[in-house]
Design a binder for this molecule. Structure first.
Ligand code: NDP
Ligand code: DGY
Length: 329
């Protein structure tokens, strides 16, 4: 695709992306690609420089795309393609105002993320990291009736906050463990919840009646800081809390307090504030807190498909054709 001046359109990639995506961009032969050629995030100054004059921007969830970036890009910018389903890092109002199209990666990462969330729930509830550590450090002295006991899913009540694509994937996966009640909360009740016998309840009911609470909603002004002192104080003392949505849905000081005072039993987090969580963060001193480095969608195959989809979205936006996954707003 060429500009009016007969030049190829310019795109800026804020990171190295999976080869599946790069192959699609090269094969299309319609754009000149410049890239922050690293596995680490682009510095703000380099982002502002790299995006100048770009027609397309392919970014990651760690890049804050706001008015400053859009201004730096200038009027050529037609499309932003993010290698993620979450788009809370994009200033949607500013983007919309400028008529820029947005591509994202829903569906293709649902299974991988739901699977990881259930793995994290089980690891947290059954204390797997503690057990592994005890084997390694010589703490395993014998089989002991009350040692390393945790909580099982069988006969339990699970509460899913945000029964969207991933929330439903999580619900489908936990039901075969013998879960007795599946509660969910969100903005609206869902017809499809019938498949998992899901009961739509107010958030307070979900929090006080669930043995396991899984947060899988999107980050919005309403969900930011939703899991705070009041929230944790309503949970059962035996309750297990899991978050694989975004870190800022949780007030981490309040979570630390709830875990260290045994107000709640345990927490598993795939997402934190900030990311990375500093190695000396208080949450990491707690045995009843399992923290993963935001790896929900991290399977080779899923990341390859996300790379390909984000490249196709970018090309669709550049060429003014359909994008396989366009965000409508
Ligand atoms: P969906 O849009 O399908 O689901 C989002 C859900 O959030 C919807 O069910 C929505 O409910 C719910 N929600 C919105 N507002 C609220 C609210 N105020 N209270 C409770 N629920 C609310 O998105 P996905 O399932 O595909 O992804 C969800 C999120 O997971 C992403 O936005 C991203 O942040 C995160 N994610 C994390 C990954 C990881 O690696 N850990 C990987 C992929 C995604 P309703 O429809 O009723 O509004
Ligand atoms: C997303 O897609 O929003 C995740 O957080 C990473 O896959």
């Amino acid at each position: 695709m060429q500009t009016a001046a007969g030049k190829l359109m310019k795109v800026f990639l804020t990171r190295r992306i999976p080869p599946e995506g790069m192959k699609i961009l090269s094969a299309a032969g319609v754009c000149e690609v410049s890239q922050w050629d690293s596995d680490e995030p682009v510095q703000r100054a380099d982002l502002l420089k790299g995006v100048q004059g770009a027609h397309g921007l392919l970014c990651l969830l760690s890049d804050k795309i706001d008015a400053e970036v859009l201004d730096a890009a200038g009027p050529n910018l037609k499309v932003i393609s993010t290698l993620s389903v979450g788009y809370d890092h994009l200033a949607i109002d500013e983007i919309k105002k400028r008529g820029i199209r947005v591509g994202y990666t829903p569906d293709v990462l649902t299974d991988a993320t739901a699977e990881l969330t259930v793995a994290l729930l089980l690891a947290t509830a059954r204390r797997l990291p503690e057990g592994v550590e005890e084997v390694k450090n010589g703490g395993w002295s014998s089989w002991k009736p009350l040692w390393l006991c945790g909580y099982g899913l069988s006969g339990s009540t699970v509460g899913v906050i945000g029964l969207g694509r991933i929330g439903m994937g999580i619900a489908r996966r936990v039901m075969p463990f013998g879960v007795k009640r599946l509660l969910y909360s969100g903005r609206t009740a869902k017809d499809y919840a019938a498949e998992v016998n899901g009961e739509y309840v107010p958030l307070d009911t979900l929090v006080s009646e669930s043995d396991f609470i899984v947060v899988s909603c999107s980050l919005t002004p309403e969900t930011q800081g939703m899991c705070d002192k009041a929230f944790f104080s309503k949970m059962k003392n035996t309750g297990v809390f899991v978050n694989s949505s975004r870190g800022t849905v949780v007030n981490q000081e309040d979570l630390y307090e709830a875990l260290s005072s045994r107000q709640i039993a345990a927490a598993g987090l795939d997402v934190t504030t900030p990311e990375p969580l500093p190695a000396n963060h208080p949450l990491l001193t707690l045995k009843n807190c399992v923290v993963l480095p935001h790896i929900g969608s991290a399977t080779y195959s899923t990341r390859g498909i996300m790379g390909a989809l984000s490249a196709q979205n970018l090309l669709g936006g550049l060429q003014g054709t359909d994008m396989p996954s366009e965000l409508t707003f």
